[in-house]
Design a protein. Structure first.
Length: 288
């Protein structure tokens, strides 16, 4: 309204806005803009931004308090930055999705091929599930990536490493290929189901699978329920073997204990889903 009072009378403006003139005069006398009220901070804030280009508003607030003895609320600081047009130099750029990520995003729920399969149509050693889990002990942390046969519940391959990266994923996949070769089976047409972690959507990992005619299947983002077999396996492994793993005196011993735990799971531990037998003892005779 202050912008119009030079062209129109205050009486007319108040009439058109249905605003009592007393209200206008009161607000005009008592209104102080943020920039006027906190103008004394502008110079110091500009100096902080100039000296520390990587600072966000929280560090500017702390610097203003520590160096200049001026303490203000972070919400107010953000308003002042907008009012004064002080854009922060630090900008976190969104990472551009890779070609593989773009394809998965485009497919949406259809990336989960495992969910489309009928239980009775799945054959032994034709569908595998995988994921990474961390095994933490006082002497260090290892990342385990097993490949679990969906039908037989056998851990047919695995890799252990200090990192849950593509290199470890490829070592586990190579271990799977070695297993299949011993069974005189091909990788062609098999399905490997995993989440959309960085290792599993890397070009090097996906290229290795596709070049061997493997069909990759993926859980939806942030949906661990899309890979229940692995969640169940990891839960049992950590609960039942926690004491065993904690007894390791060094990392090499921990590696051996994890391997032994997988052997025990395959050959000795009985499962309700494998007719009360161990997975290996429940295999069809063709594979025994």
């Amino acid at each position: 309204m202050n912008e119009l009072k030079n062209e129109f009378s205050i009486k007319l403006c108040c009439h058109l806005l249905d605003l009592p003139r007393s209200t206008y005069y009161y607000s005009n006398r008592h209104h102080v803009s943020l920039t006027d009220k906190y103008g004394y901070l502008e110079k110091d804030i500009k100096q902080i931004i100039s000296d520390n280009s990587a600072y966000g508003y929280r560090r500017i607030k702390d610097n203003l308090k520590n160096e200049y003895g001026k303490n203000i609320n972070h919400k107010l600081l953000r308003k002042l930055l907008r009012e004064w047009g002080l854009s922060l130099s630090r900008q976190i750029k969104k990472r551009k999705p890779s070609g593989i990520e773009s394809i998965l995003n485009e497919l949406g729920p259809r990336v989960n091929i495992l969910k489309t399969l009928k239980e009775e149509e799945i054959e032994v050693f034709s569908v595998f599930q995988t994921d990474f889990t961390s095994i933490k002990t006082e002497i260090g942390t290892l990342y385990l990536m097993p490949l679990l046969c969906y039908k037989s519940k056998i851990v047919v391959a695995h890799a252990l490493s200090d990192s849950a990266d593509a290199e470890t994923a490829l070592r586990a996949y190579d271990d799977l290929k070695t297993f299949l070769k011993k069974q005189r089976l091909s990788t062609e047409g098999i399905i490997i189901h995993q989440d959309q972690g960085s290792a599993y959507i890397s070009y090097v990992y996906v290229s290795a699978l596709v070049s061997d005619d493997v069909i990759p299947s993926y859980s939806r983002k942030g949906t661990p329920g899309d890979n229940p077999g692995m969640e169940s396996f990891f839960g049992r492994l950590k609960v039942e073997q926690e004491t065993v793993f904690s007894s390791a005196r060094n990392k090499q011993e921990l590696i051996e204990l994890v391997k032994e735990s997988i052997r025990y799971y395959n050959y000795e531990r009985i499962h309700s889903k494998t007719n009360g037998r161990s997975p290996m003892n429940n295999l069809p005779t063709i594979f025994v």
